[in-house]
Design a protein. Structure first.
Length: 94
Protein backbone atom coordinates (compact mmCIF):
# COMPACT_ATOMS: atom_id res chain seq x y z
CA UNK A 1 0.00 0.00 0.00
CA UNK A 2 1.15 3.52 -0.80
CA UNK A 3 0.99 6.23 1.81
CA UNK A 4 0.61 9.79 0.56
CA UNK A 5 1.57 12.63 2.86
CA UNK A 6 0.40 16.18 2.28
CA UNK A 7 3.04 18.60 3.60
CA UNK A 8 1.26 21.91 4.05
CA UNK A 9 4.33 23.19 5.88
CA UNK A 10 6.23 23.03 2.57
CA UNK A 11 3.62 24.89 0.51
CA UNK A 12 3.84 28.64 -0.23
CA UNK A 13 2.16 30.98 -2.68
CA UNK A 14 4.58 32.75 -4.96
CA UNK A 15 5.53 36.28 -3.92
CA UNK A 16 3.43 37.82 -6.71
CA UNK A 17 0.28 36.26 -5.20
CA UNK A 18 0.82 37.24 -1.58
CA UNK A 19 4.07 37.33 0.30
CA UNK A 20 4.05 35.30 3.49
CA UNK A 21 1.07 33.09 2.61
CA UNK A 22 2.07 29.52 3.42
CA UNK A 23 0.77 26.24 4.77
CA UNK A 24 -2.87 25.28 4.74
CA UNK A 25 -3.96 28.87 3.98
CA UNK A 26 -1.80 28.85 0.82
CA UNK A 27 -3.37 25.57 -0.26
CA UNK A 28 -6.87 26.90 0.40
CA UNK A 29 -6.20 30.19 -1.42
CA UNK A 30 -4.32 28.70 -4.39
CA UNK A 31 -7.28 28.79 -6.77
CA UNK A 32 -8.14 32.36 -5.82
CA UNK A 33 -4.49 33.35 -6.28
CA UNK A 34 -4.23 31.72 -9.71
CA UNK A 35 -7.49 32.94 -11.19
CA UNK A 36 -8.13 36.15 -9.27
CA UNK A 37 -11.21 36.85 -7.21
CA UNK A 38 -13.54 37.34 -10.18
CA UNK A 39 -15.23 40.14 -8.26
CA UNK A 40 -14.74 43.84 -7.65
CA UNK A 41 -13.80 43.18 -4.00
CA UNK A 42 -13.30 40.38 -1.47
CA UNK A 43 -14.93 40.24 1.98
CA UNK A 44 -14.34 37.82 4.83
CA UNK A 45 -15.82 37.33 8.29
CA UNK A 46 -13.83 36.17 11.31
CA UNK A 47 -12.02 36.98 14.54
CA UNK A 48 -9.65 39.87 15.22
CA UNK A 49 -6.55 37.65 15.16
CA UNK A 50 -7.67 35.32 12.38
CA UNK A 51 -4.86 33.61 10.46
CA UNK A 52 -6.92 33.88 7.28
CA UNK A 53 -7.32 37.68 7.42
CA UNK A 54 -3.69 38.64 6.70
CA UNK A 55 -3.43 35.89 4.07
CA UNK A 56 -6.48 37.17 2.21
CA UNK A 57 -5.25 40.74 2.68
CA UNK A 58 -1.86 39.83 1.17
CA UNK A 59 -3.49 38.12 -1.79
CA UNK A 60 -5.87 41.02 -2.43
CA UNK A 61 -3.05 43.54 -1.98
CA UNK A 62 -0.97 41.68 -4.59
CA UNK A 63 -3.95 41.64 -6.99
CA UNK A 64 -4.93 45.26 -6.24
CA UNK A 65 -8.38 44.06 -5.19
CA UNK A 66 -10.18 45.79 -2.30
CA UNK A 67 -10.46 43.60 0.79
CA UNK A 68 -12.98 44.09 3.59
CA UNK A 69 -12.63 42.16 6.83
CA UNK A 70 -15.73 41.95 9.01
CA UNK A 71 -15.39 41.14 12.70
CA UNK A 72 -16.89 41.98 16.06
CA UNK A 73 -16.08 45.45 17.35
CA UNK A 74 -12.32 45.71 17.82
CA UNK A 75 -11.31 46.32 21.43
CA UNK A 76 -10.04 49.83 22.14
CA UNK A 77 -6.56 48.59 23.16
CA UNK A 78 -6.17 46.75 19.84
CA UNK A 79 -7.36 49.75 17.83
CA UNK A 80 -4.82 51.94 19.67
CA UNK A 81 -1.94 49.48 19.30
CA UNK A 82 -2.61 46.99 16.47
CA UNK A 83 -0.72 43.74 16.97
CA UNK A 84 -0.37 40.28 15.46
CA UNK A 85 -2.51 39.19 12.54
CA UNK A 86 -4.77 42.21 13.01
CA UNK A 87 -1.82 44.58 12.48
CA UNK A 88 -0.58 42.66 9.44
CA UNK A 89 -4.03 42.66 7.81
CA UNK A 90 -4.35 46.42 8.39
CA UNK A 91 -0.90 47.02 6.91
CA UNK A 92 -2.02 45.16 3.79
CA UNK A 93 -5.14 47.26 3.33
CA UNK A 94 -7.87 45.38 5.21
Amino acid sequence: HDVLVKRDDQYRLSHEFGAGVAGNKARKLYELAETGPGAAAVASLGGHQSNAAPCLAALCHARKTPFFYICKPVPRWLRKTPAGNYARALALGA
